[in-house]
Design a protein around this ligand. Structure first.
Ligand SMILES: [Zn+2]
Length: 411
């Protein structure tokens, strides 16, 4: 359905007349991700197995595709657009096939953004590494500051009640590689800067997206302004009571009882909602902001304190009910659970397959394509798979690591 073979064959890299084409390397890395193989060393024996060679479309006379070193070399010189376009083409096809047509609440399509730091090391580093000083306790008890190298990204994930899909990824750049021409003395780039660059590209690539869902770092004027410029809406968690516009809303609500209280029988939760539309308290954002507060009491564990969520809402998300806004805000955990947690614990995405800025990004693009393809397969082709496991979106993908993923041995 997605023309995967053709998409992989379009991948290009910087090597001159390679024996193993960039497309075949991309195919090997794609299946390494899909089959959750833990490292290129673990993949290496497979590169000489007939079923794997057949899977990646190697010519019949080849005994071995290539070495693990060749995989790394190819990834380091990959033309990023050529790998990114695999996942993009698959998602465009899914969109044309009306997979996202229904949307989630209010028939809107939601994209969650969050920072992700899959790789950090005291020893190994590359020119694309970010650097920070960390305090490390020595054997004799003294504390010294040591440089730690890491790669941090902002990830965009489509969130929905049925399936979560990886849309895009953008690195935080070290100071000397910043597009605004920073120098080595400048600071490394912050998450918001990378997130803005990412969101512009995401909206351009997937114009059908409607609402940005994000966490505490993001409810500020410049970011909300960008969302408005892109004609999107937002549901953003705000945590700090002292920050506008939550401070103003809290002041207005005072000690008032909730405007709406009900019990969600299925979830066994009591929900209390406060709603404050049309605040204009941010100097750096010209326009109305709605603030919703939801207090959730778990009726199964009545000894636990209720959990309070506050959300800043703008643009087309303001048409949602307060209850829907609370559910979207709480849905933000999909990016941590379906995304980062599973990619690290169940998939092998946080392993350092190759340590190079371009190589890591190329690898994630291929792994995201693999993750998305499996997710689409489970939800669209094996419908009962999701249904039998109830409504927990993240659960089905989690249990998908058995059975579907074996390469059958020859014969
Ligand atoms: Zn690095």
């Amino acid at each position: 359905m997605y023309g995967l073979r053709q998409l992989l064959e379009q991948v290009e890299d910087a090597r001159d007349e390679p024996v193993t084409s960039a497309g075949r390397v991309a195919a090997a890395v794609f299946f390494c991700g899909l089959l959750r193989i833990r490292s290129f060393n673990a993949l290496e024996p497979k590169l000489a197995e007939k079923p794997f060679l057949h899977l990646v479309g190697a010519p019949a006379q080849r005994d071995r595709l290539c070495s693990a070193d060749t995989l790394s070399r190819s990834l380091r010189g990959v033309v990023l657009d050529s790998v990114r376009s695999i996942a993009v083409a698959m998602l465009a096809k899914a969109e044309r096939n009306k997979v996202f047509r229904e949307g989630w609440f209010g028939a809107l399509r939601y994209v969650a953004l969050d920072g992700w730091e899959p790789i950090c090391s005291f020893h190994r580093h590359c020119p694309h590494c970010l650097v920070r000083l960390v305090e490390v306790k020595q054997r004799d008890g003294t504390v010294v500051k040591v440089e730690q190298y890491y790669h941090r990204y902002v990830v965009a994930l489509l969130i929905d009640d049925r399936l979560d899909l990886a849309l895009d990824i953008e690195p935080l750049l070290p100071s000397d590689l910043r597009p605004d021409g920073g120098t080595e003395d400048d600071e490394d780039e912050g998450e918001l800067t990378a997130a803005k660059r990412l969101l512009r590209r995401v909206k351009k690539t997937y114009p059908w997206l409607d609402v940005v869902v994000a966490d505490g770092l993001y409810p500020n004027g410049p970011f909300l302004t960008l969302i408005r410029e892109l004609r999107m809406g937002s549901v953003i968690i705000i945590r700090n009571e002292g920050h506008e516009p939550l401070r103003e809303a809290t002041h207005i609500w005072g000690d008032q009882r909730a405007q709406q209280t009900f019990v969600d029988e299925q979830a066994r939760e009591r929900i209390e909602l406060w709603d404050c539309p049309d605040l204009e308290t941010l100097e750096s954002y010209k326009g109305p902001i709605r603030v919703v507060r939801g207090r959730v009491t778990d009726l199964r564990q009545s000894d636990q304190a209720p959990h309070t969520w506050c959300m800043v809402v703008t643009g087309k998300a303001t048409k949602l009910s307060a209850e829907q806004i609370l559910r979207v805000g709480r849905g933000r955990w999909h990016i941590e659970n379906t995304g980062f947690h599973q990619w690290t614990k169940l998939w092998k995405f946080a392993h350092v397959f190759t340590h190079h800025g371009n190589g890591i990004l190329a690898l994630y693009w291929l792994f995201f394509a693999a993750f998305n393809l499996l997710t689409l397969f489970l939800y669209l082709q094996v419908r009962c798979y999701g249904r039998d496991r109830g409504k927990d979106v993240t659960l089905s993908a989690r249990t998908g690591d058995r059975g579907f993923l074996r390469v059958r041995p020859a014969g």
